[in-house]
Write a protein that binds this ligand. Sequence first.
Ligand code: INI
Length: 152
Amino acid sequence: MRLIKGDPDGKDLKIGVVISRFNTAITDKLLEGALQGLLDCGVHPDNVTVVSVPGAIEIPGAAKKLVSQVDAIVTLGAVVRGETEHFTYVCKAAQEGMIQVALDSGVPMTFGVLTTENSEQALARCGGAKGHKGYEVAQDAVELANTYKMIG
Ligand code: INI
């Protein structure tokens, strides 16, 4: 049997982070955790490119522009249901768009877009009781970049 699983070792990797600003109180925390996750994997800060976009819908487009420059992309955002049907469309656009870019490019991408009923649930997932999605998906991106390199 041949097991292919990358190490969470980022010392030779270039990583892109696409962060949306909608619900900034949440996304600022996601970014902080993601940058820490990358540092803890040994990614050099000079090898991290952060692209800021207005909202989750804009994430796939920015990621598509970035793919040729990096080994993996971390996407971060916060879609909170609130009172509006818009929630469903924003979630779907962000999710499907990211998957399309990842499949078309072959560059690994991780999905750190929180989709929650309210802000409390989101905050619990960026350094609260439910862990830190930004930190997790940053480290997942490093592992995946190495996995893809191993597959060849
Ligand atoms: N964008 C988000 O990232 N989160 C949201 O919760 C959200 N809501 O609820 O509307 C949201 N909308 C903006 C959208 O992503 C685009 O930026 C906007 O439609 C302009 O294209």
